[in-house]
Design a protein around this ligand. Structure first.
Ligand code: G
Ligand code: G
Ligand code: MN
Ligand code: NA
Length: 257
């Protein structure tokens, strides 16, 4: 059987899981939120990562129900932590979107309903989009993005620096956060002085536009040191944690690194 027909049944068969990767403050290493990352636990093939099945889900349109499921799951989970885990009342939850969701006329209603159903503070929800997603259909995307902002939801540009959007779009987009792509973070603290210069430039740009900034893919103490020097406010990466199953989170919150 092929992946696409199996994926069509994966939701009903309860084979999808949402994992959560902590996002921390660079200065204190306190956790401020989590990014939701979907996984497929395939009965024969084991764990399948999104890089393999999200493109299939986008081709078949399955990304619409899958994306809605991830959203509802993540919001319910975040609300549970915020109301039940000590010290977790301000945690944010970041959810990745696909182009098709952004173009779906029902999407705004789904987000509004998920917020109402779970009772999550809209300001605790960060939706991650990429430059490329917006550039596909700027006007339609702008309408949805402004609608989301009216709900109180926050927006992040994911994989910043890897898309083809002109910088002028950044000031037009109603976003609050830039996520520095891990390809730029990888070189920090190494031999290439340009790596620090690029991250420094992105952090300066964020500051000039009054945007928050998250460095992605932080794996080493040297990279963290360099981010402290540069002044990136937030970070995420294997240095703190890989994406975790929800049942691992309460213990992790209780005893951060
Ligand atoms: O967790 P991992 O590093 O394998 O994720 C790889 C890619 O899959 C990332 O680019 C991430 O944005 C994307 N991804 C993960 N979860 C979701 C999701 O729920 N929806 C969408 N559209 N993309 C996701
Ligand atoms: O594109 P997006 O940023 O949504 O995807 C995040 C991806 O990066 C996920 O697949 C996640 O598993 C992966 N990731 C998170 N932290 C690290 C890290 O420190 N190093 C590497 N190599 N990948 C990471
Ligand atoms: Mn992301
Ligand atoms: Na990214």
């Amino acid at each position: 059987l092929d992946l696409d027909s199996q994926l069509a049944r994966a939701l009903d068969k309860d084979e999808l899981r949402v994992y959560y990767q902590p996002i921390v403050e660079v200065s204190t290493e306190d956790v401020v939120g989590f990014e939701a990352l979907v996984r497929w636990v395939h009965p024969q093939r084991g764990l399948i990562l999104p890089i393999e099945f999200i493109p299939v889900a986008e081709e078949t349109g399955m990304i619409i129900p899958i994306g809605e499921w991830v959203l509802r799951q993540s919001l319910a989970q975040a609300q549970k932590w915020r109301t039940e885990a000590p010290g977790a009342e301000d945690l944010s939850i970041s959810v990745n979107l696909s182009t098709l969701q952004l173009q779906d006329p029902d999407f705004l209603g789904v987000v509004e309903d998920a917020l109402t159903q779970t009772g999550l503070d809209p300001m605790a929800l960060h939706l991650e989009i990429t430059e490329t997603m917006v550039m596909n259909d700027v006007e339609a995307a702008m309408g949805t993005l402004h609608g989301l902002r009216s709900l109180g939801v926050r927006l992040s540009i994911d994989d910043f620096g890897t898309g083809y959007a002109a910088l002028s779009y950044l000031s037009r987009l109603p976003v609050q956060t830039i996520k520095i792509d891990q390809s730029f973070v990888k070189g920090l603290g190494g031999d290439d002085p340009h790596a620090s210069s690029i991250v420094d430039a992105i952090v300066s740009l964020a500051r000039a536009l009054d945007l928050d900034v998250i460095a992605e893919g932080v794996e080493s103490a040297e990279q963290l040191r360099e981010l402290r020097r540069i002044g990136s406010r937030l970070a995420q990466g294997f240095l703190w944690s890989r994406p975790l199953a929800p049942e691992e989170i309460p213990e992790w919150l209780g005893a951060p690194s």
